[in-house]
Design a protein around this ligand. Sequence first.
Ligand SMILES: *[C@@H]1O[C@H](CO)[C@@H](O)[C@H](O)[C@H]1NC(C)=O
Ligand SMILES: *[C@@H]1O[C@H](CO)[C@@H](O)[C@H](O)[C@H]1NC(C)=O
Ligand SMILES: *[C@@H]1O[C@H](CO)[C@@H](O)[C@H](O)[C@H]1NC(C)=O
Ligand SMILES: *[C@@H]1O[C@H](CO)[C@@H](O)[C@H](O)[C@H]1NC(C)=O
Ligand SMILES: *[C@@H]1O[C@H](CO)[C@@H](O)[C@H](O)[C@H]1NC(C)=O
Ligand SMILES: *[C@@H]1O[C@H](CO)[C@@H](O)[C@H](O)[C@H]1NC(C)=O
Ligand SMILES: *[C@@H]1O[C@H](CO)[C@@H](O)[C@H](O)[C@H]1NC(C)=O
Length: 396
Amino acid sequence: MLLSALVATVVLAHDSLAHPPRPHPDRPDHPSQSPRPWGFFTNNTIYQTTGTESITYPRYIELTDGTIIATSSLSGHSPNYFPIFESRNGGASWKYISNLTDQVNGWGFSAQPALTELTFPLGGYPAGTILGTGNSWSDNGTRIDLYASTDRARTWKFVSHIAQGGRPNTTNGATPIWEPYLLPYEGQLVAYYSDQRDPKHGQKLAHQTSHDLHTWGPVVNDVTYELYEARPGMTVVAYIPPLDQWILVHERPIGNSSSYGVNYPVYYVMADSPLDFRNSVGRPIVINNATAPNASPYVVWSPVGGPNGTIVVSDADRRQVYTNTAGGALDKWEEHGTPAGAVYSRAIQIFKDRPDSLMVYGGEVYDDFGKGLHVPFSATVVSLKKTLRTKVDAFS
Ligand SMILES: *[C@@H]1O[C@H](CO)[C@@H](O)[C@H](O)[C@H]1NC(C)=O
Ligand SMILES: *[C@@H]1O[C@H](CO)[C@@H](O)[C@H](O)[C@H]1NC(C)=O
Ligand SMILES: *[C@@H]1O[C@H](CO)[C@@H](O)[C@H](O)[C@H]1NC(C)=O
Ligand SMILES: *[C@@H]1O[C@H](CO)[C@@H](O)[C@H](O)[C@H]1NC(C)=O
Ligand SMILES: *[C@@H]1O[C@H](CO)[C@@H](O)[C@H](O)[C@H]1NC(C)=O
Ligand SMILES: *[C@@H]1O[C@H](CO)[C@@H](O)[C@H](O)[C@H]1NC(C)=O
Ligand SMILES: *[C@@H]1O[C@H](CO)[C@@H](O)[C@H](O)[C@H]1NC(C)=O
């Protein structure tokens, strides 16, 4: 512990003294300028961690009026909670507006947040209500709980327990649940999550739906693999309008086996309905039959890039993004460099009214977790069109 604290101090000093931020000719904004509202910029700090704090697993929702509400896993508190930030100018400036805290279990909000906005009234809550969830855990179990805010994320109220499982334990045979993702869809709220409770699967991906936010329907499988040891995890879902299809990305580790050099290869399934992924066969993302993204993927879609727009995927280990302008065709994935850093469960975002703006959230990578590096929670915005022409190693 002492050694890693020492190493962290040396690394920080080295970084800040020897490598001051330099302007980059290809970037409209660079770290020495303050970000312009709705502009392009790199590593704009949302929140600087201190002490034992560490940021991973960023998540966000863009509200109907363009306001961004962002959060992340924040470790280092007991109990932990999700810090909530707001930007009204495309990530150029941020305000720390509230904490989403566990109000019912006494376990804290340990990790894995998700946010959404109700786009229709549901369960007595008006359209515009912001919903938040995450994993609340202790030695007594894992709980995915739903909270609502009717005042633009300033205050939060517990609504319901969506699902619960055994204590956190990633060994096959244990029964926890993990990693929720929320989607309001056709008069209901869909809650996706990773599920170790089914004895047929080390882990699977499933969802439950609610028509009133209080009661939840049966567990419906989204992604299962016949092989018990396969542990599909970390659902993120996006809609692809030109195809009228939905895409669900996930990681698919199998024991310690590796594929194209990675242990948590990223797979995707596509379906006509976000409630009906179970018959789609998982396909791996591989670029040029050589490179594969690794772990905790995120997916968004932009109309930029051609008749099918662009599917953009992020992974946990690399600075680049993975793109597909051919409607998800298996052999048409590309990789492109970004100036942003790699982050464990890195979220990416396309602004609804600015489809060329790709925001990449910053934080710490999995292997550095707990080392006290204090990589800030940050936002980078790049042009997607330009990114589609950027070489994979342009920023390395
Ligand atoms: C969030 O909680 C922390 C720890 O209790 C506190 O220091 C901070 O002021 C809170 N922030 C907001 C915006 O409520
Ligand atoms: C776990 O459950 C036991 C028995 O109900 C209880 O005494 C204990 O306080 C619980 N611990 C936590 C962290 O909830
Ligand atoms: C984790 O789960 C495995 C499989 O059920 C079990 O053997 C092990 O004891 C569990 N570990 C803890 C710390 O609960
Ligand atoms: C993979 O796991 C098996 C069984 O747990 C173990 O025997 C083997 O050494 C592991 N292989 C690697 C490369 O870690
Ligand atoms: C992909 O690469 C492997 C190993 O280099 C090779 O055996 C295989 O033929 C390649 N497949 C295609 C479709 O190029
Ligand atoms: C768009 O996607 C559809 C469905 O996958 C595919 O048939 C078509 O070839 C794609 N168009 C282009 C330009 O890639
Ligand atoms: C942005 O921050 C990441 C750390 O998250 C760092 O790796 C990367 O080099 C930074 N980008 C630039 C252009 O400074």
